[in-house]
Design a protein around this ligand. Structure first.
Ligand code: NAP
Length: 344
């Protein structure tokens, strides 16, 4: 019998219909044995260090029939990406004491029965929290979406929306390393300053101050856009389609402007896709984890040589997790939103 200790958890109280609120979640304390129970072959028991706030978590908080992802169970801990330390293992590939990143529970300790989306932390010189962001799923998203789906060429023009966030800040910096002209949009002056002064975007604008997205894009891209990395969808995507160059590419990464709406907005100008021979393609990072070693080979030296940087927004303590998650949908986060549960 292992030691039984208390385990704070973030549980879902009710299914979310439109905008997520802190009161949709609550904090509960339960008990957990720090030893894998018998009959749980292939499981690992972890102490969670960092939890990642990601927009897709909202999809699992909704009760939608036939949705692309399973809904959470009410009154149970929600789950997502995190960085954890293994306390006990009955899995042949994972050992006690190892650090891992991947799917875990929003709680202090988790028994992971099926660790199929779990990777060992390969480089211990960099901050472990980076495995929720630049070295984890969002980093892979920026890499796969930009290099695999947009096929950038030197001198091309690139536009990134939600550009200061977990994914966007990297797309912009990757685009600069590829020799592109990059413009980003974000929702505050502070974020616009970050884009220009810290991440090296050529230009940036606050989309909340623009009455007419079409006119804003014409101002920054008088000759049109070659690549659009779309994190927001909706009216911004529509405006971008009016400003594409011939043979442009659009990577459909996310549509955060639509996630909380009762009725999604339509895109009314798809004829531009034909006229401009635009390749517009959606992707899921989870289909591309086989590229993780190739991605790490590229990104780790860029970080160590200080050729790219990463901004995190750190919320302290598991108690802060509901508020941190909610903040994603109003743009409260500046950079990658991380929750620190424990520092080892
Ligand atoms: P993030 O940018 O770190 O945080 C979300 C940001 O979205 C907010 O800070 C806010 O920034 C912006 N936002 C919120 N509501 C908005 C609205 N109504 N209109 C415009 N912008 C809004 O999030 P992230 O993790 O990097 O994710 C970015 C996008 O990528 C999301 O759409 C996400 O779903 C998607 N994604 C897709 C995949 C995939 O596999 N395809 C994987 C990861 C992420 P502002 O202050 O700038 O408004």
């Amino acid at each position: 019998m292992g030691e039984e200790i208390s385990n704070k958890q973030v549980v879902l109280n009710n299914y979310v219909e439109t905008y997520v609120k802190k009161s949709d979640m609550s904090l509960r304390t339960s008990k957990i044995q720090l030893k894998i129970p018998s009959g749980c072959d292939g499981a690992i028991l972890v102490k969670n260090l960092y939890l990642s706030c990601d927009p897709f978590i909202l999809s699992r908080m909704k009760k939608l029939e036939g949705h692309y992802i399973a809904s959470f169970t009410l009154d149970s801990p929600i789950s997502g990406f995190g960085v954890s330390k293994i306390l006990d293992s009955s899995h042949p590939n994972f050992k006690t004491g190892e650090l891992v990143w991947g799917f875990t529970g929003w709680e202090e300790y988790s028994l992971i029965k099926d660790p199929n989306i779990l990777f060992k932390v390969p480089d211990k010189d960099l901050p472990f929290s980076y495995y929720t962001g630049i070295l984890g799923m969002p980093g892979m998203t920026a890499y796969v979406g930009f290099f695999e789906f947009c096929s950038p060429k030197k001198g091309e023009t690139v536009y990134v929306s939600a550009a200061s966030g977990a994914v966007g800040q990297l797309v912009g910096q990757f685009a600069k390393t590829a020799g592109c002209y990059v413009v980003g949009s974000a929702g505050s002056k502070e974020k616009v300053d970050l884009l220009k002064n810290k991440f090296g975007f050529d230009e940036a604008f606050n989309y909340k101050e623009e009455q007419d997205y079409n006119a804003a894009l014409k101002r920054y891209f008088p000759d049109g856009i070659d690549i659009y990395f779309d994190n927001v969808g909706g009216k911004m995507l529509e405006a971008v389609l009016n400003n594409m160059r011939l043979n442009a590419r659009v990577a459909l990464c996310g549509m955060i402007s639509q996630y909380s709406l009762e009725q999604p907005e339509g895109i009314y100008n798809l004829l531009n896709v034909i006229i401009k021979r635009v390749r517009m393609e959606g992707f899921f990072t989870s289909d591309h984890y086989h590229l993780y070693p190739k991605f790490m080979e590229m990104v780790v030296p860029l970080i160590k040589e200080e050729k790219i940087t990463y901004v995190e927004d750190i919320a302290e303590g598991i108690e802060s997790a509901p508020g941190a998650l909610v903040g994603l949908f109003s743009g409260r986060n500046v950079g990658k939103q991380v929750v620190v549960v424990a520092r080892e």
